[in-house]
Design a protein around this ligand. Structure first.
Ligand code: 6PG
Length: 233
C-alpha cells in the first residue's frame, strides 16, 4: 500500500485539536486564495468536537467555506446521536455559519436512497480540499468498517450491520478520501493505540486504506502513539 501518512504526535488531545485547527485554517487560506473557496468534509464521533470548538472561535470569516460530512448515521434529522447535530452544536451554531453552507447527508431517507442522493450532490465538489477523519479502535474510519465490502465505484455508499451503532449508516468512500487535496486524521486516546500500531505495521485497516494515496496527515496524542516495539518497527 503506497503513500504512508505523515505522523504528527502531540502531548495531549488539546494540543491535537489546536494543531488540527491550525492545519485547517492554513488549508482554507490557500484554497480560497487559489480557487476562491474551501471545501471541508467533517468527521463524526466525539474526537473532533474540540477542533470544531476551536475553529468556531478562531475564524472570523467562513463565507467562502463549504461543509460536507464524511459519514452519517441513519437516524432522524434532530437525533442527538446524528453527526450533523454534533456539528451544528459544536461548530456551525457557535460560529454563526449560514446553514446553507453545510451539506448534510440525508440519512433519514434510509442508507441506499441517502447514499445515491449524496453521491450526486457532492460529485460537482470533487476533489475536496480537506477531509477530516476519525478512527475507531478497530481501525474503521468514517463508516468504512473492517471486514465489510465497500464499493469504490461511487462517492457514497450505504452501510448495514455496522459494529458501531447505529447499524445503518451512509459513508463516503475510498475514492473521495484518496482524491482529497488533504486527508487529516484526528486520533486521540490509549484506546486507539493498537489500531495505530496495526496501521504502522502495514495492516490494511480501513483507515490505512483511506490514507493510501499519500495525501494524509495523522494528528495524534502521545496516548494513541505506540512505542516502536508495539508498532513492530
Ligand atoms: C461515527 C464516526 C466514526 C468515528 C470513529 C471515532 O459516525 O461514529 O464517523 O468513524 O470517527 O468511530 O469515534 P470517536 O472520535 O468518538 O472515538
Amino acid at each position: 500500500m503506497s503513500g504512508a501518512p505523515q505522523w504528527r504526535v502531540f502531548a495531549d488531545a488539546d494540543a491535537v485539536a489546536a494543531a488540527a485547527r491550525d492545519e485547517i485554517v492554513a488549508l482554507a487560506a490557500s484554497a480560497i486564495a487559489e480557487r476562491g473557496r474551501f471545501t471541508l468534509a467533517l468527521a463524526g464521533g466525539e474526537t473532533p468536537r474540540r477542533t470544531y470548538a476551536r475553529l468556531a472561535e478562531s475564524v472570523a470569516d467562513f463565507s467562502r467555506w463549504r461543509f460536507f460530512l464524511g459519514d452519517e448515521r441513519c437516524l432522524p434529522p434532530d437525533d442527538p446521536s446524528r453527526n450533523s447535530v454534533m456539528i451544528r452544536r459544536s461548530l456551525l451554531d457557535p460560529a454563526g455559519i449560514d446553514a446553507r453552507a453545510f451539506y448534510p447527508i440525508p440519512a433519514e431517507l434510509g442508507a441506499e436512497a441517502a447514499a445515491e442522493r449524496y453521491a450526486r450532490q457532492i460529485a460537482g465538489w470533487q476533489p475536496f480540499d480537506c477531509v477530516l477523519l476519525g478512527m475507531g479502535e478497530d481501525g474503521h474510519t468514517a463508516s468504512l468498517f473492517p471486514g465489510q465490502r465497500h464499493p469504490d465505484d461511487r462517492l457514497a455508499a450505504p452501510v448495514h450491520n455496522a459494529p458501531k451503532p447505529p447499524p445503518d449508516r451512509v459513508t463516503l468512500t475510498l475514492p473521495v478520501f484518496r482524491s482529497a487535496r488533504r486527508l487529516l486524521f484526528i486520533v486521540t486516546g490509549a484506546g486507539k493505540r493498537e489500531a495505530i500500531a496495526r496501521w504502522r505495521r502495514g495492516e490494511a485497516t480501513p483507515a490505512a486504506q483511506a490514507a493510501g494515496a499519500g495525501n494524509a496527515v495523522v494528528l495524534l496524542d502521545q496516548a494513541a502513539w505506540p512505542s516502536e516495539d508495539e508498532a513492530g518497527e
